[in-house]
Design a protein around this ligand. Structure first.
Ligand SMILES: [Zn+2]
Length: 356
C-alpha cells in the first residue's frame, strides 16, 4: 500500500513536471478550445467570434449580455464538451474564454487550477507558439475589467460616459459621482477626475453629467444619421474578418520563419529586412481590416442613415449598448477645465473627435 501510493505520487509529480516544461516551451496544451483546433491551429470563424466577444466586453457589456448575444445571434456553439456547456453559452463560459491567456497567444500555467475560472485568470508565463486573436494588452485589460470587485455591484449603474470621457488636465478617465459637500441644489450628478494616491496631478476637474450626456448623445445620433455605411451583406463582414485574422496568423508565422532563416544564414541581412518590412506591412493592413470589421459588427442592426430611426433606437438601448456604439466611433472625448475649477457645463468645455 505504501509503495502504491508512493508510485502514484511519483507519477503525478512526473506529469506535473512534464506539463510545466511544455508550458515553458510555449507549446499548446490539451485539445481544441473555442477559437482553436488541434495544436492551437486558428479556427477563423470562431476566432472572429472571440474577437467580437472581447470588443463587447471592452466596451462595457456584461458577461451575461455577451452570453445572450452568443446564444441569440452569433450562431456559434460552445463546442467543447469538456467545458460542460451542453451547447449553451453561460456567463461563466464567456468569462473563462475572455480571461484565458491563450486567446492572446500566451501560455499560462498554474498547477492545481485547471478550470481557468479564477477572476483574473491563470498566471501568464510568456508567449506561446500559436496565433493570437487579441493582444496581450487586451487580455490584461479584460482581466482587470472582469476581475474588478465593484464590477458586479456597479454593472447596472455604470454611466454613459464613465472612463470614455477624459480629463483635459491629466488625461485620466472621468468617473461618475456626486459632490458630497455641496448644498442640495448643487448635488447634481457629475463626471469627475478622481484623486489618486501618489498622483498629485490627478483630481479636481468635474462637469455636470446630464447636459454633457445630452450633448454627446445628440452628436452620436446626428453622426450616425448622416453616415453611409457600406452594407455588409449577409455575413460577408464575418468572412472578411476571418480572412484577415487568418492572414495575420500566417504572416506572423512567416515572420518567424524569416528570422530563423536569417539566423541560420539562409538570408542576407538586406533580404531579411526587406522581407520583414513587407510582412509587417501586411500585418498592419490586415489589422486595419480587423479593426474596421470589428467596428462594423457593432453596427449590425442599427438604423444608420435614418435620423428618426437613430433617435428611437438610442432611446430604446440600455447603457451598455450605447457605450458599445460610443467605443466604436468616438476617438477622444476630452473635458476641458474651467478657470474657477467649477463643474458648470458649457459646450466649449467639450472636445469630441470621431474615429474616421
Ligand atoms: Zn485630471
Amino acid at each position: 500500500m505504501a509503495i502504491a501510493s508512493y508510485e502514484s505520487g511519483h507519477k503525478a509529480d512526473r506529469i506535473r513536471r512534464a506539463n510545466r516544461q511544455k508550458a515553458e516551451r510555449g507549446d499548446w496544451h490539451g485539445g481544441p478550445r473555442f477559437g482553436y483546433g488541434l495544436n492551437g491551429a486558428l479556427v477563423p470563424r470562431e476566432a472572429a467570434i472571440v474577437r467580437e466577444m472581447a470588443n463587447r466586453c471592452l466596451a462595457g457589456q456584461s458577461l451575461r449580455s455577451i452570453a445572450q448575444w452568443l446564444n441569440d445571434e452569433s450562431g456559434a456553439v460552445p463546442t467543447h464538451a469538456a467545458q460542460g456547456t451542453l451547447g449553451v453559452w453561460h456567463a461563466t463560459t464567456v468569462k473563462s474564454i475572455l480571461t484565458s491567456a491563450r486567446i492572446s497567444g500566451q501560455r499560462a500555467y498554474e498547477p492545481g487550477s485547471h478550470n481557468g475560472d479564477s477572476p483574473t485568470g491563470r498566471k501568464i508565463l510568456g508567449p506561446g507558439n500559436w496565433p493570437a486573436i487579441i493582444t496581450p494588452d487586451e487580455t490584461a485589460r479584460l482581466r482587470v475589467i472582469i476581475g474588478s470587485p465593484d464590477r458586479r455591484a456597479s454593472a447596472s449603474s455604470i454611466r454613459l460616459l464613465s472612463s470614455i470621457a477624459t480629463c483635459g488636465l491629466c488625461g485620466a478617465g472621468l468617473m461618475s459621482g456626486c459632490n458630497r459637500g455641496a448644498a442640495l441644489a448643487q448635488k447634481r450628478r457629475r463626471y469627475l477626475c478622481k484623486k489618486e494616491a501618489g498622483r498629485p496631478d490627478r483630481g479636481g476637474l468635474s462637469i455636470v453629467a446630464e447636459p454633457l450626456e445630452d450633448l454627446i448623445s445628440e452628436a452620436i445620433i446626428l453622426r450616425l444619421a448622416h453616415t453611409r455605411m457600406p452594407k455588409a451583406q449577409g455575413g460577408t463582414g464575418q468572412s472578411e474578418l476571418s480572412a484577415a485574422l487568418e492572414r495575420v496568423a500566417e504572416t506572423r508565422a512567416r515572420l518567424e520563419d524569416l528570422s530563423s532563416d536569417y539566423v541560420r544564414g539562409l538570408l542576407t541581412r538586406s533580404e531579411f529586412s526587406s522581407a520583414r518590412m513587407a510582412a509587417q506591412g501586411e500585418i498592419v493592413k490586415s489589422e486595419a481590416v480587423i479593426a474596421r470589421q470589428s467596428r462594423s459588427t457593432v453596427f449590425s442592426g442599427i438604423p444608420i442613415g435614418s435620423e428618426s430611426g437613430m433617435r428611437a433606437a438610442w432611446d430604446r438601448w440600455n447603457i451598455p449598448q450605447r457605450r458599445a456604439i460610443l467605443a466604436a466611433i468616438v476617438d477622444t472625448l476630452i473635458v476641458l477645465p474651467r478657470r474657477d475649477s467649477g463643474p458648470i457645463f458649457r459646450p466649449d468645455r467639450v472636445e469630441l473627435r470621431f474615429k474616421v
